[in-house]
Design a protein around this ligand. Structure first.
Ligand SMILES: NC(=O)C1=CN([C@@H]2O[C@H](COP(=O)(O)OP(=O)(O)OC[C@H]3O[C@@H](n4cnc5c(N)ncnc54)[C@H](OP(=O)(O)O)[C@@H]3O)[C@@H](O)[C@H]2O)C=CC1
Ligand SMILES: O=C(O)CCC(=O)C(=O)O
Ligand SMILES: [Mg+2]
Length: 741
């Protein structure tokens, strides 16, 4: 029998733990269909190990699976199930390095300063591991995300209870800059032929410095540049902190330091240094000596102060305490442990943090472990305004009702590192006063931005083929769904104006008869979608890469309580399929709970849903009929799983991730046994279904018995495989049935 391969990604944290329980079931159920499910390691630890082969013992070495997957994504038959992985901030990267070193891996420290050539080489290798280093490599296609019909139906019938009311006198708001931001400075152009450009800094003193030697561009490519003026950014933070203090609101900051790994940690650092300015200025010399980098958050300050003699440390700490007294109150991430919004750059990731702010009635947690009205600072106007529109709507009309609200699906322009999310290698801190500019090979200045020392310059690329593909995908989705599809484009943004022209052109080449497709500004599009949501009507948002990310967390978190249940398909432009599991992250909080009390509440519904189109893709590509049946029966099993309420509970002692996998296996076996199209599969799974059902009580009891005490899996970023497998497969009865298939 020919075998067809699905690649299943090994990741980090909660979804990685869940994989230990789910993957053996998947492999057993698909083996008879000629589908093999193969693992590839894209975990943070795996990627670090793969970056330093020459320093490791042969048995410690790992292949560079990410690079291999990146190449596979360009081939027509590739089929990948992509689970969420850690996009590491520097503090997370350092923690992972320390853990690996403790396990005997001779991995170098992350160099804070790059003084020697050797430091530079190490940092260059780590820069490929840092931040969102995985998704942009694999996403060789645009994105199609929506709540599967069964999930939405279930969500309306069983509305989640996470939505909190908005106080009638809510004073919360989104704060953004009015000028000096990326939005205000953006310049954009479309190239009419293939060419190469360079990016250079031209100092006011007449010196020039090449920042990027060569940037190859394709005909039809849209390129933009923009600058964040840091003096204005700091003034904005100071103003909003003072306003929060005056109005009695909490202050919070929402950025994407993981995806925007160069620009956003710097913006985060400015916020930290404005808040703690008095203490940091007074002790500037000591802080410098300790190597403190505010971009890594208050946690870095706190940790490094520990190196000081007691008296000196206490003096600085007392000045820090004075900052809390003088300044506004900060929103807390973990009020019980005194962790604020400014602790580490990866704690508040805007795509997930703003929906929770809205779900919680426009409030965040204070030090008193209560919810309070809050100023949500999102400095750049490119996207901040959409959230203020939601805030305004909820202040006027109250919280949304998950039982009746409509749905917003998304078609997102993402392929080939589109827009801001591909800008890291073209983001620079201005080395002085002058300008940063894009220069053609023959020396013509194409786009130029005035900068002051420390300003953040950013250049983004959006290729033509992905835009064409995105428009086509939007038209197809609009036709399939029969609902309005709105292109969210802001005519005040230079980049969006270039895109609008292309959208209009490519739409005119498609058959759009009978479809309601419109282009709207962001705030208008949000208002339009919210109005429909409140009437229970569905809308498709067709957006660029950043809004794709933001909206596919926002709407699902409001509608169904989480974005983990989204169907997230990336039709690869060369014919393959990348099936992302959900739209959320790797849920670090769930791992904490698992380690503390042996209960994992990761919901694998995202994985289940992604597998259906993945099997269908095998059928469509290779005509594998058994794969078609595997998909059909899995879909039926998911329906029953939802109907019977077998998702993991949040409480220890109740059904957790492992138990939910058992029920999926049971319902899937029942569906396979009941179908009449393939007697071989039916015959094989009739016995499995019978065994699982007969042993239901025993299996559930065995799984429950494994809960209630702390777990030792030998690591956080790089757990011990055997220990983790044992922890995640604690039912001998279930294992025996699955392993015998
Ligand atoms: N595609 C990718 O690879 C992505 C990766 N990330 C990475 O994930 C990490 C964590 O990100 P963070 O922003 O904290 O977001 P997470 O989505 O991991 O967590 C936010 C909350 O969402 C809920 N949640 C998310 N997924 C599930 C699930 N499958 N089952 C049940 N509940 C779920 C949980 O809520 P509750 O606690 O209330 O149960 C969780 O605490 C970061 O390192 C980030 O870089 C983030 C987004 C996408
Ligand atoms: O890659 C990442 O860091 C996050 C991706 C993400 O949030 C998304 O695509 O929704
Ligand atoms: Mg996201």
């Amino acid at each position: 029998m020919t075998t067809h391969t699905i690649i299943y990604t090994e990741v980090d944290e909660a979804p990685a733990l869940a994989t230990y329980s789910l993957l053996p079931i998947l492999q057993a159920y698909t083996a008879m269909s000629g589908v093999t499910i193969e693992k590839k390691d894209i975990s943070l630890a795996g990627r670090i190990i793969a970056a330093f082969p020459e320093r490791l013992k042969p048995e410690q070495c790992q292949s560079d699976d990410l690079t291999e997957l990146g190449q596979l994504c360009l081939l027509p038959h590739t089929n990948i199930i992509k689970l969420p992985n850690i996009s590491a901030s520097i503090p997370q990267l350092k923690d992972a390095i320390t853990e690996l070193q403790g396990q005997g891996y001779d991995i170098p420290d992350y160099p804070d300063d790059t003084i020697s050539e050797a430091d530079k080489e190490v940092q260059a290798r780590y820069s490929k591991v840092l931040g969102s280093a995985v998704n942009p490599v694999l996403r060789e296609g645009n994105s199609d995300r929506r709540a599967p019909a069964a999930v939405k139906r279930f969500g309306q019938k069983n509305p989640h209870r996470l939505m909190k009311p908005w106080p009638s006198d809510s004073k919360s708001r989104v704060a953004h800059m009015d000028n000096g931001d990326f939005y205000g400075s953006e310049k954009s152009m479309t190239f009419d032929k293939d060419c190469r450009v360079r990016i250079e800094f031209a100092g006011a003193d007449g010196q020039t410095q090449v920042l990027k030697k060569e940037l190859p561009l394709l005909a039809g490519e849209v390129v933009d540049t923009a600058v964040m003026n840091v003096a204005k950014l700091r003034a904005f933070f100071a103003t909003e902190m003072a306003a929060a203090k005056k109005e009695g609101l909490l202050f919070s900051l929402h950025l994407k330091a993981t995806m925007m790994k160069i620009s956003d940690p710097i913006m985060f650092g400015h916020c930290v240094s404005v808040y703690y300015e008095d203490a940091l200025t007074r002790h500037a010399e000591v802080m410098k000596g300790l190597g403190i980098n505010v971009n890594n958050g208050f946690a870095d300050i706190e940790a490094r102060l520990e190196k000081l003699p007691e008296a000196q440390k206490e003096a600085i700490k007392s000045d820090i305490t004075a900052c809390y007294g003088k300044n506004c109150r900060l929103a807390m991430v973990d009020s019980r442990h005194g962790i604020t919004n400014l602790h580490v750059p990866n704690n508040i990731i805007v795509d997930a943090s703003m929906p929770v702010f809205i779900r919680d009635g426009g409030r965040m947690w204070g030090t008193d472990d209560e919810l309070h009205d809050t100023i949500a600072a999102i400095p750049d106007r490119c996207y901040a305004t959409i959230y203020q529109e939601v805030v305004k709507d909820c202040q006027k009309n109250g919280a949304f009702d998950p039982a009746t609200m409509g749905s917003v699906a998304n078609v997102g322009l993402m392929a080939q590192k589109a827009e801001e999310y591909g800008s890291h290698d073209k983001t620079f801190v201005a080395p002085g006063q002058g300008s940063i500019r894009l220069v053609s090979e023959d020396g013509n200045v194409l786009l130029e931005q005035a900068v002051e020392t420390g300003d953040i310059f950013r250049c983004c690329q959006t290729k033509d083929e992905p835009i064409k593909d995105w428009v086509k995908l939007a038209v197809n989705r609009a036709r399939e769904a029969g609902t309005p599809a709105i292109f969210w484009l802001d005519e005040k943004r230079a980049h969006d104006r270039e895109l609008m022209a292309k959208v209009e052109k490519y739409l005119s080449e498609q058959d759009t008869t009978g479809l309601d497709i419109r282009i709207m500004g962001l705030v208008e599009a949000m208002g339009f979608s919210l109005e429909r949501i409140r009437k229970g009507e569905d809308t498709i948002s067709v957006t660029g890469n950043v809004l794709r990310d933001y909206l596919t967390d926002l709407f699902p978190i409001l509608e169904i309580g989480t974005s983990a249940k989204m169907l997230s398909i990336v039709p690869l432009m060369n014919g393959g399929g990348l099936f992302e599991t959900g739209a959320g992250g790797s849920a670090p909080k769930h791992v904490e709970q698992f380690l503390r009390e042996g209960h994992l509440r990761w919901d694998s519904l995202g994985e289940f849903c992604a597998l259906v189109p993945s099997f269908e893709h095998i059928y469509k590509t290779f005509g594998n009929e058994k794969a078609r049946l595997i998909a059909k029966t899995l879909d039926q099993a998911i329906g029953k799983f939802l109907e019977k309420g077998k998702s993991p509970s949040r409480k220890v002692g109740e059904l957790d991730t492992r138990g939910s996998h058992f029920y999926l296996a049971l319902y899937w076996a029942e569906s396979l046994a009941a179908q009449t199209e393939d007697s071989e599969l039916a015959g094989r799974f009739a016995g499995v279904a019978k065994d699982l059902l007969e042993n239901e009580g025993k299996i559930v009891a065995e799984l429950k018995a494994a809960q209630g005490s702390p777990m030792d899996i030998g690591g956080y970023f790089h757990p011990d495989k055997e220990k983790t497998a044992a922890a995640m497969r604690p039912s001998a009865t279930l294992n025996a049935i699955v392993d015998a298939i």
